[in-house]
Design a protein around this ligand. Sequence first.
Ligand SMILES: Cc1cc2nc3c(=O)[nH]c(=O)nc-3n(C[C@H](O)[C@H](O)[C@H](O)COP(=O)(O)OP(=O)(O)OC[C@H]3O[C@@H](n4cnc5c(N)ncnc54)[C@H](O)[C@@H]3O)c2cc1C
Length: 383
Amino acid sequence: MGRTALVLGAGLGGLVAAENLRKRLPRADRVIAVDRAAVHFFPPSLLWLLVGEREAGDFSRPLEHLARRGIAFRRGGVTRIDAATRQVDIDGETLSADALVIALGAEYAPESVPGLAEAGLNLYTLDGATAARDALTGFSGGRVVLLTAAPLYKCPAAPYEAALLVEDFLRRRGLRDAAEMAFFAAEPQPMVVAGPQVGAAVRGMLDARGIAYRPEHQVKAVDAAARRIEFTNGALADYDLLLYVPPHRAPAVVREAGLTNEAGWIPVDRHTLQTKFEQVFAIGDITTIPLKMGRPLPKAGVFAHGQAETVAANIAHAWTGKGAPRRFDGYGMCFIEAGGGRAGVGKGDFYAEPTPQVEVRAPSLFWHAGKVLYEKYWLYRRF
Ligand SMILES: Cc1cc2nc3c(=O)[nH]c(=O)nc-3n(C[C@H](O)[C@H](O)[C@H](O)COP(=O)(O)OP(=O)(O)OC[C@H]3O[C@@H](n4cnc5c(N)ncnc54)[C@H](O)[C@@H]3O)c2cc1C
């Protein structure tokens, strides 16, 4: 009788975990991936959709295709997790697991800021990015505001990439002079955890493109009728088009399972991703890993990916004795789309102490091509 590895969430982390478990475990062992969505989409491509360079179908795939790779896909909502017994309810059915990998990501809470959801467009969802693309296509001039509604959000580069891509989009359409652009950030600088050098480089890109940058502006409320944003420091900003990154939180099911800490995320061992329960691991955006510099490891697909490989290798090693135990090392890289077919890159050791050691490379055609190739590879490799 084989064992069961149950992967909750088939996003970036869950897909890599399921694939690596399948590759490493004997056929008699089951690998089951669960997701409430029927279709996977590659989140970084939302930024290209925003500026009309992709349609949703270009970067979406049905999750039932996982069966071709020997992974059982169970579509459904995870409604209860009993971490002590490794039992999980999925739409009323209970599944038991010998190992549990929780990769349910972060959910969005735009409603926690009064007026935000009615007033603006959420850059981080397929519907929101599509609506933003339509609004930009019909845009004829005015004030475009980008806003991060809380300092902690996934992919710290993404809203900055969005700003640069939108600026490029407007310029190519001859509308740049008719548009005033501003970026109000809840955080003190771009990509805070990557350090001051990376922050200054990204800020320099915004400055060079005439995008006014206002850090440490925490939104308090938005008045959709007056098209006005109010910040906790008393500042006000008017907009004609508001594009925002919403506040994030862990899905209710893990908060209710007693897996989260006071900040609302799942604490894990920084090298093995084990939770406080035996054979229960958590990876990706749902976790929190404190760094010496005082902020947690950023939420990013690149880390979810590395953590998934580590967890899969360690489960397989524990069950089969094959392979060597692995440790997640905190190394990561990310592309920074700059528009005009160019991207920069930031990469380094985020576990370095006392501060992460991250270097940044200036935008070039080469890195943009790398990002495009990676998108194709991701979809080909997994579906
Ligand atoms: C616009 C944008 C651009 C980005 N660009 C980059 C980039 O260039 N590089 C990078 O490294 N990262 C990037 N990211 C971040 C990256 O997408 C995330 O960090 C990554 O997806 C995290 O993986 P995850 O597995 O933890 O969660 P997700 O990929 O969010 O997967 C979570 C899955 O769990 C499912 N789920 C949640 N709750 C339930 C439930 N109760 N029941 C059933 N299923 C459930 C969801 O449907 C989802 O499929 C970007 C993100 C965005 C939005």
